[in-house]
Design a protein around this ligand. Structure first.
Ligand code: NAG
Ligand code: NAG
Ligand code: NAG
Ligand code: NAG
Length: 810
């Protein structure tokens, strides 16, 4: 199913289809530079960690800014000119700046040795009720209340980088009252258009900032008259309100979208505090975030003192190099400060290799379904009925018509329109396979003939949020039944579409969402991405009252809503952010790597009776779909063993990417708690196997002869004595030897290293196979997916150096 973004001739209805589930198309035609450009464009100049010799100096920020200006002045005729071109000076949490530069200035700055990377500020994309109960985090439970539920994320501050917030939503009220804001908090609520900090902020919503300079440098003024946006942290697009409430929303009863999905809405960490960083803006109803603004948001959030950052944004492939990305840079410095960063995997699935946000120091989240359906009966001529899904909230009775009446070859696309007949009072039956045609095109076509509704037939349902045009989604089997009836019937049959019903617990779940971006990582295939999967389909969460559920002023939903249903990895990301907040609340000293390890090694890949499947193909999912598996929040609280990562792991990773010692020193903070003095380690000392960073999963993208991989686990179980036994599922054609086979722990936080030898035992090239390594003490299962591509056949156009060359950049 081509859910690719559409070309420029799309109208609102076309892009809408993508906005909600793909949240992508947002801007492919935007800023593509020509190589020698004389007109200045926004560039980001990244200088690494904040480095000040005298840390006691109170004017640090001032000094860093001055340094930025000084560096920039080298390529301008005066400091005054340089000042004017500067957009942001990033100085709170790391060092760098963004500025308007022409090609010769870019070339001159790139040569400076203090510059780690210099890249154009690209656009990045904006990528509940049932979901928490579904994951076993119920609110009302008679079972003993677990520590996880008790905590609810108290004393954790979550920063959300997104499109802002609708502060009046009940999700962001103190319910019940919360304790005063900790004195260590440095953030603030910034005044702006329709945003009065005194009214908007409280002990729940404790920070609200907005970043517009990058946006306006690229797109011009945020034109208030022609554009329903707010020059403040107030959310127009709704995306930010939705994701924030999924993470930390207070408990609100009787939430629904016009009756759909009725239940108690809440975030996963309903007692955590929220700080909002608005870096994404609506422009003609489409979301736009620029990297210059996103990086400014990271810079402030880390300085303000957030504990977790949730950012449902990312660039679509092709991916830039690691330090040519605001998400990579921001999350790298977050990791060094002990702040977990959670990103969406992207909505470019189901084709392989398009996953985004692949750096090893952040968490990359895939999306899956929950066991909730919006079941819709379609009664044909009072005779028989079929069942599909829809968000139709008022029943529709109309005549069923074949698209051949209106469109050449029956292709439901305005381009194939063959006459001007009105389709008023008609329901049009469109097959995605005829044409083939995409949902947005079919909706536009149905709207174009003034039909009452569309029945859209697809191999797998793409229901993902309110439609701009009433649409029932049927699978091929059900759709074919109607098609046959239509062919037999002489007159036009009458069709009744019954209001959608919310049905819980009847559908097989979780399944991986078709749109969820798949691995392997296109820039570092030896780090498995995505890391983990969480609910991201048809998630109900808070919504700005002034914004229609379809964002565009639509015909289907006219009344204002407080809740809306959306789908995307944008929605699964805040689920993981919430669980990270809960883990952080219960274990304040866990590092971002330990938290990620706890999430990943306790994730599940099958539930009783069936494996997690791919929604579109019903085949068993693999680690490129779901990473380590589907998150299990309760198990993540008690992981038993964890894989921590230290400075040396990141140095190793950066060495393998080709960064030199000087650059690494500029990036990596000298470690405080590592045993070894990593600052003196050189790349030549640490360059071993690429797979040797202490990641909770193992991926080997090019196995041509035997290799041995090292992993170190720490006992974080309740008892200092623990014995873990290994068990292995070998990838096809790979012999796996784990040694030692038993790990005996005898003190708290003890660390033990084990080795995994992989021996290729087949002739193969380019095919991935999957296995796993599990350590168990009889109660806990500490599981790592094992992903191996055996390359024992040398192809003619490939030299054997590719093991090195696929990593070494310039
Ligand atoms: C770029 O700007 C600088 C300073 O304004 C100017 O001297 C230089 O000629 C410009 N280069 C190009 C290629 O326009
Ligand atoms: C604002 O947008 C309207 C049309 O949407 C346009 O006519 C007007 O010139 C714009 N104003 C500014 C200041 O950009
Ligand atoms: C129902 O459909 C069958 C053919 O499938 C037809 O014989 C019958 O008359 C139909 N009943 C009504 C009430 O239309
Ligand atoms: C659809 O309705 C609009 C507005 O009522 C009308 O202008 C247009 O001609 C109609 N289209 C068709 C195909 O009937």
């Amino acid at each position: 199913m081509g859910r690719r973004r559409r070309s420029g001739n799309s109208t609102q209805i076309q892009w809408f289809g993508a906005l909600f589930l793909l949240l992508s198309l947002l801007h492919d035609h935007l800023i593509h530079s020509t190589p020698t450009n004389t007109t200045p464009q926004v560039y980001i100049v990244y200088l690494g960690r904040k480095y000040i010799k005298n840390n006691k100096n109170n004017n640090n920020k001032f000094i860093i800014s001055k340094r930025h200006l000084h560096l920039l002045s080298n390529v301008f005729s005066s400091e005054e000119e340089a000042k004017q071109s500067m957009i942001y000076s990033y100085k709170h949490s790391f060092s760098g700046f963004s500025a308007m530069l022409n090609s010769s200035q870019v070339a001159a700055l790139a040569k400076r040795k203090e510059v780690i990377s210099l890249f154009k500020s690209k656009s990045v994309e904006l990528h509940t009720t049932r979901s928490w109960d579904f994951m076993g985090l119920g609110l009302t439970t008679n079972e003993a209340t677990t520590p996880l539920q008790l905590a609810y994320g108290e004393n954790v501050i979550v920063g959300v980088i997104d499109s802002g917030i609708w502060p009046e939503s009940k999700s962001f009220q103190e319910e019940p009252r919360m304790s005063p804001i900790p004195s260590t908090w440095k953030g603030k609520c910034v005044k702006g258009d329709m945003f009065n900090p005194e009214k908007a902020c409280n002990n729940k919503l404790i920070g609200a900032r907005y970043y517009l300079q990058g946006f306006e440098s690229i797109y011009g003024s945020l034109n208030k008259s022609g554009n329903p946006e707010y020059r403040s942290a107030r959310d127009f697009l709704g995306h930010g309100t939705h994701t924030a409430s999924t993470t930390v929303g207070s408990i609100v009863e009787e939430a629904s979208l016009l009756g759909l999905g009725l239940g108690t809405a809440r975030g996963g960490a309903p007692r955590a505090r929220l700080a909002v960083y608005k870096a994404c803006w609506g422009k003609d109803y489409v979301g736009q975030c620029t990297e210059a603004d996103v990086l400014a948001a990271f810079d402030d959030a880390l300085h303000d003192g957030v504990h977790v950052i949730s950012a449902s944004i990312g660039a679509s492939p092709p991916l830039p190099e690691l330090f040519d990305s605001s998400n990579s840079i921001g999350s790298f410095h977050a990791m060094q400060l002990g702040v977990s960063v959670v990103f969406a995997a992207g909505n470019d699935g189901p084709d392989p290799g398009l996953v985004t946000n692949v750096e090893p120091w952040s968490i990359c989240v895939a999306a899956s379904s929950v066991d909730r359906m919006f079941s819709t009966d379609v009664i044909v001529q009072g005779n028989f009925s079929v069942t599909g899904e829809s968000f139709i909230t008022e029943s529709i009775t109309a005549k069923l018509v074949d698209p051949i009446t209106y469109f050449t070859n029956g292709v439901c696309n305005l381009g194939y329109r063959k006459n001007t007949r009105s389709g008023a009072g008609r329901v049009i039956l469109c097959f995605s396979t005829v044409g083939p045609v995409e949902l947005g095109e079919a909706q536009e076509a149905a709207l174009g003939i003034n039909a009452s509704a569309l029945i859209f037939v697809q191999p797998f349902t793409t229901l993902s949020g309110p439609d701009v045009f009433p649409t029932v989604y049927l699978d091929i089997h059900q759709g074919t039944k109607i098609k046959h009836y239509l062919a037999l019937f002489m007159r036009l049959p009458t069709l009744e579409i019954v209001t959608a019903k919310t049905i819980i617990g009847k559908s097989l779940a979780p399944k991986v969402a078709f749109f969820s971006s798949r691995g392997p990582s296109s820039i570092s295939p030896d780090i498995l991405k995505p890391d983990i999967s969480a609910p991201g389909m048809n998630i109900l969460a808070a919504w700005p009252r002034k914004t229609p559920p379809t964002v565009v002023p639509s015909s289907t939903y006219k009344v204002p809503v407080n809740w809306n249903i959306m789908s995307g990895t944008s929605m699964s990301c805040p689920h993981i952010s919430a669980i990270v907040a809960l883990l952080k609340s219960a274990n304040p000293y866990w590092s971002p790597a330990v938290i990620k390890s706890a999430l990943m090694t306790t994730a599940y890949t099958s539930t009783i009776g069936y494996n997690i499947v791919n929604k579109e193909s019903m085949k068993v999912s693999d680690p490129f779909d779901i990473g380590a598996g589907h998150v299990d929040p309760m198990k993540a609280m008690d992981p038993g063993l964890v894989y921590d990562m230290k400075t040396i792991d990141y140095i190793l990773f950066l060495c393998n990417l080709g960064y030199n010692q000087q650059q690494i020193n500029a990036l990596v903070h000298p470690s405080h708690d590592d045993d070894d003095d990593t600052t003196t380690l050189s790349c030549s000392q640490v360059r071993k196997s690429k797979a040797n960073i202490n990641y909770p999963s193992i991926a080997v993208s090019n196995l041509h002869s035997s290799i041995t991989i090292t992993r170190t686990v720490r006992n974080v179980g309740p008892s200092k004595f623990a014995v873990y036994f290994s068990s292995v599922v070998e990838p096809r054609g790979v012999e796996v030897v784990v040694w030692p086979r038993v790990l005996v722990f005898s003190w708290f936080r003890e660390e033990i290293t084990y080795y995994v030898t992989l021996l290729p035992r087949k002739k193969s090239r380019g095919i991935y196979d999957f296995g796993e390594i599990v350590w168990s003490d009889g109660v806990r299962r500490v599981r790592s997916p094992l992903v191996v591509c055996v390359n024992t056949i040398t192809s003619l156009d490939h030299d054997d150096n590719d093991q090195l060359s696929d990593f070494i950049t310039s």
